[in-house]
Design a protein around this ligand. Structure first.
Ligand SMILES: Cc1cc2nc3c(=O)[nH]c(=O)nc-3n(C[C@H](O)[C@H](O)[C@H](O)COP(=O)(O)OP(=O)(O)OC[C@H]3O[C@@H](n4cnc5c(N)ncnc54)[C@H](O)[C@@H]3O)c2cc1C
Ligand code: SF4
Length: 465
């Protein structure tokens, strides 16, 4: 808790070999379909077991552009699907992935792969999160001239300004950006495509704006990968008091400070009673950051009931199980309250000082309040981490594309015509299309969308899906 650096110690060669050897090379490898990018897990497990690390990274890179991201922050649905997980611990697949890519970088095996032929086609990618980056790398390797537009001051999307450094240090992104630049990708940071509402709380450090019309005129195809940035709000009495903020107002500031920037009036938790509302990854990241600031206390609320510590394996395997997940940030110090709902914020002189809650339970499929369970909590800082509802609508509206009922860019993911929006030549991928999700899903969508864009431009594509 004294620093913001990564602290997970990776497997050494001998430990990775043991994990690789535990893989049974199942006839039907459920891990392979449990992994959203369909990593060819049994093959790289075997290569690591045999000590052939160079071929292991070739296999890993064949399905995943950025294993150093997923090897650190993927929740590893592959391990939930591992056959050993039925009656033993799963193979440490994510740790093997982490070990392979770290070794590959340190040995100098990760090199730029510039295209042999240029197509002369120009593609604009809007958003530099994992979806935009994966798509841009694939499209550049297919020979297209790719420009990535990013409204914030650095490349990486939520990898850069959502996920704290202690989960993933940002040098991993910088190294990939260098590789991609050497492959011909141009990055334009501080450029907003389209418009944002004036009162938006979504981070926007753009100094320049490009209109959707201009982008479509200047480029042969456009891929929208702007994420799902609109945070879910909690419009209960007292919401307008000072000291109540979205997680995504709080977390990016610390990542900026870690990068060496000065942030005037940084939102800090020092000596404060912090309440984090929302029990997911984002909430856990607020817990870890608040403890590093030196909060007096950190409490996290989750509206859903506490899940079981252990899943019912025969019932749920090989799928992602519902069970209690305790992150290292929780272990660092945090009171966790489940089945709790916030009814109001209270304050003095315009500043939040506490909140009123009630416990809830499921009745006839609905969450209802349990009478007599009202309670008050002191709070000097409240962080809202209840997920994201959809992309900022004005960006999609600027392109005139159809939205799905949840407000995401509408596009299907079938093999033919996948990722195409209702506007010809405009594609969508990642959280902007599927809604808030995971880094590994964003990489998958970026790769698949790149193939669709390539097919649209050339009539065929050799890019994998
Ligand atoms: C705090 C936090 C922690 C998380 N932790 C994890 C985790 O541990 N593991 C995991 O797998 N997933 C995690 N996630 C989810 C994961 O980060 C996202 O699912 C993933 O980053 C989505 O990728 P994306 O490329 O679709 O969009 P994003 O990463 O959101 O990137 C979109 C980018 O587009 C830019 N942009 C948007 N609109 C415009 C515009 N009009 N013009 C120019 N640029 C624009 C944005 O500034 C942003 O940089 C976390 C999310 C949060 C918020
Ligand atoms: S990307 Fe995630 S699901 Fe796929 S192998 Fe790696 S840790 Fe497992």
């Amino acid at each position: 808790m004294k620093h913001y650096k990564e602290f997970v110690i990776g497997l050494d060669e001998a430990q990775a070999k043991v994990q690789g050897a535990r893989c049974m090379d199942c006839g039907t490898p459920f891990c392979n379909s449990g992994c959203p990018v369909n990593n060819v897990i049994p093959d790289f497990n075997d290569l690591v077991y045999r000590g052939d690390w160079q071929n292991a990274i070739t296999v890993l890179h064949s399905t995943n552009n950025f294993p150093e991201f997923t090897g650190r922050i993927c929740p590893a649905p592959c391990e939930a699907a591992c056959t050993l997980n039925v009656n033993d611990d799963a193979v440490g697949i994510k740790s093997i992935e982490h070990a392979i890519i770290d070794r590959a970088w340190s040995e100098g095996w990760v090199k730029p792969q510039p295209a042999r032929h240029r197509t002369g086609k120009k593609v604009a990618v809007v958003g530099s999160g994992p979806a935009g980056l994966a798509a841009a790398q694939q499209l550049a390797r297919a020979g297209h001239d790719v420009t990535v537009f990013e409204k914030n001051d650095r490349v990486g999307g939520l990898l850069r300004y959502g996920i704290p450094d202690f989960k993933m240090e940002k040098s991993h992104i910088d190294r990939r950006v260098e590789q991609m630049q050497a492959e011909g990708v141009s990055f334009r940071t501080g450029v907003l495509v389209g418009t944002f509402p004036k009162d938006s709380k979504v981070t926007n450090w753009a100094k320049e704006t490009v209109s959707p019309e201009q982008l479509r005129k200047d480029f042969d195809a456009v891929l929208l990968a702007g994420g799902s940035e609109q945070s879910r709000d909690l419009p209960v009495p007292g919401r307008d008091l000072d000291g109540i903020h979205f997680a995504m107002e709080f977390l990016p500031q610390q990542n900026k400070v870690n990068a060496g920037d000065k942030v005037k009036g940084q939102l800090r938790a020092d000596g404060k009673h912090v309440i984090v509302i929302g029990g997911g990854d984002t909430g856990s990241d607020c817990v870890g950051t608040s403890n590093r600031h030196g909060a007096a206390s950190v409490t996290q609320f989750e509206v859903m009931p506490q899940p079981p510590e252990e899943e019912n394996k025969p019932l749920v395997w090989p799928y992602w199980p519902l069970k209690l997940r305790t992150s290292s940030s929780h272990e660092e110090g945090c009171v966790r309250e489940f089945a709790i709902s916030t009814k109001a914020f209270t304050g003095e002189k315009g500043k939040v000082t506490g909140l009123t809650t009630v416990h809830v339970e499921f009745k006839d499929g609905k969450l209802v309040e349990i009478p007599g369970t009202e309670k008050t909590y002191p709070a000097d800082l409240v962080l809202l981490a209840m997920g994201f509802v959809n992309p900022v609508p004005t960006v999609l509206d600027g392109f005139g594309i159809e939205k799905d009922p949840r407000g995401n860019a509408r596009a299907h993911t079938e093999f033919a015509g996948g990722y195409v929006t209702s506007v010809p030549g405009v594609f969508a991928a990642g959280d902007m299309r599927r809604g808030q999700s995971l880094v590994v899903w964003a990489i998958r969508e970026g790769r698949q969308a790149a193939r669709s864009v390539d097919e649209f431009l050339m009539g065929f594509s050799d890019l994998p899906r």
